[in-house]
Unconditional design. Structure first.
Lengths: 182, 416
């Protein structure tokens, strides 16, 4: 096997897996985002701190995201819509997963591109038809991958990346969501 | 106060199934004094804890125990449960295994120079103990079963015998291992609407290039892959049984076969909310994972056939269509609507070590062992998944495992 450089430190991940097998409490992470309403349906969301490995952690800088609705929704379009953030999360999670699995399997990637499309019937959120759900009806991800691998190996990368994807799981399986007023 | 009589023996084997009896065979070979304790009768699980239509997944010619081979008229057939029971019983007889039936072991704890066993028939001290009580002592039913409305009947594979025992109406089979697909097929044939909730699974054709797929597993060496060569042993040991059924017609019973019988395939059951089963939307990917894994296995077979010289002896390479994903699958099932009257849990089994007072069981309830050498001196195990080889849990796989484990046990006795 020639040396593969997709830029993923797989050894660190494999080491972490071994350590956390025996230390499940250290594996408990809490991710956070703090949102602030601006005006209209525009809000600003900041992400910096999270908890993990038994203590408070920080991204090296604070990241800021704008969320709004487009003009066809009679809004100002100061940012992407919240439901588009789900696509951002899914695409990035699967892409990162593909790179990690490829690194682990000794597959050199040259390019990984994808288009994520979510089918959404907005009659749900508008309350126009109570039989229509609020969220996506379906999501389709199409990958274009150039790599030193057979088609079968590439399909296996994509399948394994779904199998180990946090966002794929969060979207395909129900999650308990608790919303409270402090 | 009565006088406590403690019987002494060199080795106690717990369980008189094929694994315990194979251990006994090699212990006798080495003239190691032992008894085989059996809570019920020989081959007890086969007699009491299996459904009526079950047949072995392995063809008859692979029904082999130390010194005993299938010699009947149908080497390519598959034994029924009663035939398996007879086969194991016959093995117990010809190997003159010192079996004590109806003896329940309630405790095994470390004692001076060995182990102290408490049984329903007295106390025993043994220098070594071989645990051969099996990997399938309790059905593993997920906790979400507690939230199923009371109007729906629930059965495990321990309670299931045949379709007639179920109320009329729809059945939800949870799990797509060999058990899940077999029960789904027979329930569908009984005329019931059947839905199968499918998580990760192992797809296999019954025959490949004209030979039984388990012939390939054996001949190509895949089945002989050792536990210390398997890349992810934890995963290999947790793998669901392959989607196979033993029928005279040698038919393939994968998910496409179920779908063409009219069985509805839905995603993994994730939660119950307001009387509804919430199902994963990730069904397509579990199909892909299984399809790709099967293709890789068939590639391995083909490559092996080229180098072994068997290429001309078997049919041409085959490839099977990918599992058809339904255009859309339901993400919920209303368990209160009456459409589903029964849930059959085919979600696997767990071993039961509540009687083992030795700190050798991990947080997941599995025995800590290296190829059957348990993490406690003088304690051994047999008949667990990928114990020493991929074939370990099959009747066919016990001989090599038992020989090596008893070799280790004999060396342990010799150096003490």
């Amino acid at each position: 096997m020639t040396t593969v450089t997709n830029g993923v430190n797989v050894q660190a991940l494999l080491d972490a897996r071994e350590v956390l097998k025996g230390a499940p409490e250290a594996a408990q992470f809490t991710w956070r985002a703090s949102a602030k309403w601006q005006s209209g349906v525009h809000s600003t969301i900041k992400v910096q701190s999270f908890f993990g490995l038994g203590e408070e952690q920080n991204h090296k800088e604070e990241w800021t995201f704008e969320a709004d609705h487009p003009e066809v929704f009679a809004a100002e379009d100061n940012g992407i819509t919240p439901i588009e953030y789900l696509l951002v999360g899914l695409a990035s999670c699967l892409t990162g997963g593909i790179a990690s699995v490829a690194e682990n399997r000794g597959i050199q990637l040259r390019s990984v591109e994808s288009v994520v499309e979510g089918g959404h019937d907005i009659r749900g959120i508008l309350g126009a038809d109570s039989d229509v759900r609020n969220g996506y009806n379906d999501i389709k991800v199409t990958f274009n991958i150039d790599a030193d691998a057979s088609r079968q190996e590439i399909e296996a990368l994509v399948a394994q990346s779904q199998k180990r994807s946090a966002v794929f799981d969060a979207l395909t399986n129900p999650t308990n969501v608790i919303v409270e007023v402090a | 106060m009565g006088v406590q009589v403690i019987q002494r023996t060199t080795t106690v084997v717990i369980g008189a199934g094929h694994a315990g009896l194979a251990a006994s065979h090699f212990l006798s070979d080495r003239s190691i004094d032992h008894v085989v304790l059996e809570r019920g009768e020989v081959a007890n699980s086969w007699r009491r804890e299996r459904w009526d239509s079950l047949r072995l997944l392995t063809p008859n010619w692979q029904s082999r125990l130390p010194g005993l081979r299938y010699e009947g008229p149908d080497p390519d057939g598959y034994m029924t449960v009663s035939e398996v029971t007879e086969f194991i019983e016959y093995f117990a007889k010809v190997s003159r295994a010192p079996v004590r039936t109806g003896v329940n072991v309630t405790s095994v704890r470390p004692a001076d120079d060995g182990y102290h066993l408490t049984t329903s028939h007295g106390e025993i001290h043994a220098r070594t103990v071989v645990i051969a009580s099996g990997a399938c002592n309790k059905p593993a039913v997920p906790p979400l079963s507690d939230a199923v409305p009371a109007s729906v009947e629930q059965l495990t594979t321990f309670g299931y015998r045949d379709p007639a025992q179920l109320p009329d109406g729809g059945v939800l089979v949870v799990g797509a291992s060999a058990t899940g697909v077999q029960l789904a097929a027979e329930l569908r044939r009984s005329g019931r609407p059947v839905t199968v909730s499918v998580g990760e699974h192992v797809r296999l054709p019954r025959t490949y290039r004209g030979r039984d797929v388990l012939w390939w597993m054996d001949a190509s060496g895949v089945w002989n892959q050792r536990y210390d060569e398997v890349e992810d042993l934890t995963r290999a040991r947790r793998l669901p049984s392959p989607q196979l059924v033993g029928t005279p017609e040698r038919t393939t019973l994968d998910l496409s076969a179920l779908a063409s019988m009219g069985v509805e395939l839905v995603g993994r059951w994730a939660a119950v909310r307001d009387g509804r089963a919430l199902l994963s939307g990730g069904l397509r990917n579990v199909f892909s994972l299984a399809d790709l894994k099967m293709e890789r296995l068939l590639d391995t077979f083909d490559e092996w056939a080229k180098t072994s010289g068997d290429d001309a002896e078997v049919g041409p390479p085959e490839r099977f269509a990918p599992t058809r994903a339904p255009v859309s699958t339901p993400l919920q099932l209303d368990l209160r609507s009456g459409e589903i009257r029964t849930i059959v849990w085919a979600t696997g089994f767990r071993p039961d070590y509540r009687w083992l007072d030795v700190p050798a069981v991990d947080a997941k309830g599995q025995l800590r062992h290296e190829g059957g050498v348990v993490d406690s001196p003088g304690l051994y195990a047999l008949g667990l998944p990928v114990l020493r080889r991929r074939k370990s849990t099959f009747i066919y796989g016990i001989e090599d495992d038992a020989r090596e484990v008893i070799d280790h046990l004999a060396r342990y006795l010799a150096v003490r």
